[in-house]
Design a protein around this ligand. Structure first.
Ligand code: TYC
Length: 99
């Protein structure tokens, strides 16, 4: 027999949404523009036009927002960027900060 369970949540146990984290790519003088566009398309799932716009924005303003994710996903994106860049011999860096 199905039973309805009623319960009240006090202030402390109320549902909390997970914190979100912004992931940024940082500008540098050595990473090629094409490589940054490739990173934005392959890791951040941007289309070519969006990727080119974000890349040029970073080139002019030192850093650019690539996406907002939960902590685990943001951390994975940062690691993926650094690994892909290292494997290609570029010093490209990514950072994350709480939204
Ligand atoms: N500044 C780089 C260049 O002139 C291009 C670049 C853009 C590098 C964005 C990193 O996150 C970056 N080749």
């Amino acid at each position: 027999m199905a039973t309805d369970i009623e319960f009240e949540l006090d202030e402390k146990t109320k549902l909390q949404y997970p914190k979100k984290y912004k992931v940024f790519l940082l500008n540098d003088d050595y990473t090629s523009m094409d490589f940054v566009v490739d990173v934005l398309m392959s890791i951040f799932h941007k289309n070519y036009e969006e990727a080119e716009k974000i890349m040029l924005d970073i080139h002019k303003k030192e850093r650019g927002l690539c996406g907002v994710y939960t902590h685990e996903i943001a951390e994975t994106k940062v690691v993926q960027v650094i690994k892909k860049a290292k494997d290609s011999g570029f010093p490209l860096k990514a950072t994350m900060e709480e939204e």
